[in-house]
Every structure is written in structure tokens, then in C-alpha cells.
Design a protein around this ligand. Structure first.
Ligand code: LLP
Length: 423
């Protein structure tokens, strides 16, 4: 069995009971199913393999901001994935996991000098550029190193693809990308610089894109841009068509991968470029749960609260984006249904995982799973309230391994210092 399913009334990750995991590693903990990640990667790869000729397969670059655990990176690397990074930290993690420079694309919007240098030293595939000052900066660093950096420019197609406004990126008013007019200008500027070589365009219209049909017009805009650039004599050899595929948190409509692959075949393929993709959430989102214990059931007369040992520092999505995550118990699914607000222990009212959730009655000490937490869960966790970060555990069939230890209190004080004049 793969993923999170019930066996004998107990929630399992693949073949391993979450009760056993909680007993061994404690709570709160992130638990991932490797087989779910493998399934997601292969489904996308297969859809592209069916739609596109063998010699035109895309470079699938996992956007690792979704989950940067090195074991997860390794799993994707062994499957043949490439990597999209946004910082020197992600670059170093990717190299540690075994990705070669050639498999890595850097897309950050505010690249700093050391990061550009590290990318060029690692000879990554390309740097995606989002502004003229950034282009000059890359040119300067590459010049100092005696190199020529391959760059692509991110087009802002001005499409509204839905999803939460904090994770929409392809509208004119967003900070991302360059308008069509500016793309023409930046290509001209780049042609006159000695240490950058413009090789194409990139695009990413948003994350958890709810209007999946928006990918099609966005590809069409990209296609006209390529034709305009070529008409001016510029070469466009690579197109990075982004990520953003939705996953199911509640009842969202999923993207039909075959339909998407056919849009790529019909609109992008004829442009005769290398094709690149950068999905993050799609690969890992449904592979993980945040496993937690209900410390107390608190009745205020007004509401009944489940107070968990996991808090918004462990999973910030519900409070930051009003994101819905399914919440279930791990056992006792046959108890009578009851209405709860599910909250964490942190001193903020925003520390709420779900309001008015109907669950089988939950007792103190019962385990709770917060689902679809594999993407932007641990990677956005913090030490707020001086809470140590939870461990991460990977399951694959019958195998279980801890892939990141729970932080200790010495870890969270590391690097802090009381000045002599205060002692
Ligand atoms: N490429 C670029 C340039 C991006 O900015 C992103 C995500 C991705 C790819 C991957 O997008 P995905 O396939 O995962 O949708 N923290 C938010 C999501 C922020 C996404 C930021 N950029 C959340 O928890 O929903």
C-alpha cells in the first residue's frame, strides 16, 4: 500500500502504523511516504513521455523550496529529476544530494553575489533573471570569474490563475518577471554584455493554480514572445514553463496531466526549444502528514478545542494563507462525531489548524494527523516560541528512517550570546 490509508482501523504511512512512528519518534513529527513522491514524479514523467517525442522530453526540475530535506532530494535525484533552487543553501543541499550542476536551475529574484558565484562555480544549467540590475550583477560576477553565464529571462504573462493572492505570481502587479516590452529591452542589453549569454525565457504563473486552464493562454503568450524575439534576431533555445500544479487538500479540481502535456505538445513543442518545468508542491505535498498529539480537549462553553502539541511554528500554511488541511485522528474512527476547533499551543489566536471540524470524538493523548503537509510544511517551520523543530521521518513500504532529528534545546540556543557588558 502506498500513502496514508487505514489498516485495521489505524492510519498507516505505506505499511507502517502511525502509532508505531509516534511511539518511536514522538510528536509532533513530519512523516513522509517515499512511494507517494515516486508515484507523483512518475505520473508527470509518463504524461510528458506520451505527449512529447523521446528526444524532446522536458528537464523536470523539482522546486525544492517545497521540501528541502536532503533525503527527499536524494529520492528525486535517483528518479532522474533535476532541481530548481532559490538560494545558496538550496544549491548546497542539492549538490550534497548528488545533483550535478547541469541538472540545476536557479530562479531566485534577489540573487546575492556569493550565491551567483556559487552557482557559476557549480556550473549550473542556467540562471533565471528577473531584472536589469540582476543581469548586470550576474555579468559582473561571471566577468570576475572569467566565465560566461547562461541566462534566461522570466516573462510576466499578466494572467490571473487563481489560488491565494499571496502565492499568485503572474499578474502585472506582482513583483515577479518582466513585461513583454522589458523582455525585448533586456535581451538587447544582454547582447552587449560579455559575460552573459541569453538562451531563453521562463515563466511561473503561480502556485496551487486553481484555474488550470490558465496554463494554456500563458503558453500562448510565451510562444508569441519567442516569435517576437526571433524576429529581432535573438536566439531562444530554452523555455522554462514553471510549476504551480495544484494538489488536493480538500476537494480541489486536479490538473489533468495528459491535457497539460498536450498543451505543451501543441503550443511549446513547435517552438523547437529545450523544455524545462519546475513543479514543487505537486511532487511532495500529499506525501506528508504532520503527526501530533491532542494534549488537552478544552471546553470553553462557547467552543470545544483540541489543543495539539503541533503549532503554527511547525505548519504555518493555515494561518498564513487560510489554507485548508484535512485533519483526522489516527485511531478510533468509530467514535461518535463531534465538532472541534483544532488549535496549537502557541500564544496567538491565529495558531489554528482548522475551525468547526467534525471528527470522531478525540480524547486527551490521542494522535491526530494533519494531512497534505509534505510541501511548504517543514520548509517554512520556525523556532517561534522557542520550540525545537520537529523531526522528519521517511517511510517506504515497510522501511522507516529518521531523515532529520528533532532539534534539542541546545540547538535552538546555538549562536546566541550574552554581551560581556550585560554579565
Ligand atoms: N518556480 C518558481 C519560480 C516558484 O516561485 C515556485 C514557487 C515554484 C516554481 C514551485 O511552485 P509549486 O509547483 O510548488 O506551486 N509557501 C506557499 C507556496 C509558495 C510558492 C512559491 N514559489 C504555500 O505554502 O502554499
Amino acid at each position: 500500500m502506498t500513502g496514508f490509508t487505514l489498516k485495521n482501523g489505524i492510519l498507516h504511512a505505506d505499511n507502517v502504523s502511525l502509532i508505531d512512528i509516534a511511539r518511536e519518534y514522538g510528536t509532533p513529527s513530519y512523516v513522509y511516504s517515499a512511494s507517494v513522491i515516486r508515484g507523483q514524479y512518475n505520473a508527470l514523467k509518463d504524461a510528458m513521455a506520451k505527449a512529447l517525442p523521446a528526444d524532446r522530453q522536458p528537464l523536470l526540475c523539482y522546486a525544492c523550496k517545497a521540501n528541502t530535506n536532503i533525503a527527499i532530494l536524494k529520492l528525486l535525484q535517483t528518479l532522474g529529476s533535476g532541481l530548481e533552487i532559490v538560494s545558496e543553501g538550496e544549491l548546497r543541499k542539492g549538490l550534497t544530494a548528488g545533483f550535478t550542476g547541469e541538472q540545476i536551475i536557479s530562479t531566485s529574484i534577489g540573487k546575492v553575489g556569493p550565491e551567483i558565484k556559487a552557482c557559476l562555480e557549480a556550473e549550473i544549467h542556467q540562471l533565471n533573471i528577473e531584472s536589469v540590475p540582476e543581469l548586470y550583477h550576474v555579468n559582473d560576477v561571471a566577468g570576475e570569474m572569467g566565465k560566461k553565464a547562461k541566462v534566461v529571462f522570466r516573462l510576466n504573462p499578466n494572467v490571473h490563475a487563481g489560488g491565494h493572492h499571496k502565492i499568485s505570481t503572474g499578474r502585472k502587479r506582482d513583483k515577479f518577471g518582466l513585461s513583454a516590452r522589458r523582455i525585448m529591452e533586456i535581451y538587447k542589453i544582454a547582447d552587449d554584455l560579455d559575460h552573459v549569454e541569453p538562451v531563453g525565457l521562463s515563466m511561473h504563473i503561480g502556485s496551487q493554480v486553481s484555474k488550470v486552464e490558465a496554463f494554456k493562454p500563458a503558453f500562448e503568450i510565451l510562444s508569441s514572445m519567442v516569435q517576437e524575439l526571433r524576429a529581432e534576431g535573438h536566439s531562444v533555445d530554452r523555455l522554462d514553463i514553471g510549476g504551480g500544479f495544484p494538489i488536493r487538500y480538500q476537494d480541489e479540481k486536479l490538473m489533468d496531466l495528459t491535457e497539460y502535456a498536450n498543451w505543451v505538445r501543441d503550443i511549446v513543442l513547435p517552438l523547437d526549444t529545450e523544455i524545462q518545468m519546475e513543479p514543487g508542491r505537486y511532487m511532495v505535498g500529499n506525501s506528508g502528514v504532520l503527526l501530533s498529539e491532542n494534549i488537552y480537549t478544552k471546553q470553553t462553553g462557547e467552543r470545544d478545542f483540541l489543543v495539539l502539541d503541533a503549532g503554527m511554528n511547525d505548519l504555518i500554511r493555515p494561518t498564513l494563507y487560510e489554507a485548508y488541511h484535512n485533519i483526522t485522528p489516527v485511531t478510533h474512527f468509530d467514535r461518535p462525531q463531534h465538532d472541534y476547533d483544532v488549535v496549537g499551543p502557541i500564544c496567538e489566536s491565529g495558531d489554528t489548524f482548522g475551525e468547526s471540524r467534525t471528527l470522531p470524538e478525540v480524547h486527551d493523548g490521542d494522535l491526530i494527523a494533519i494531512h497534505s503537509a509534505g510541501a511548504y510544511g517543514f520548509s517554512m517551520a520556525s523556532n517561534y516560541n522557542s520550540r525545537p523543530l520537529p523531526p522528519e521521518i521517511m517511510v517506504d513500504g515497510d522501511k522507516v528512517s529518521i531523515i532529520r532529528q528533532r532539534q534539542g534545546f541546545s540547538d535552538i540556543m546555538k549562536g546566541e550570546n550574552i554581551p560581556d557588558w550585560l554579565k
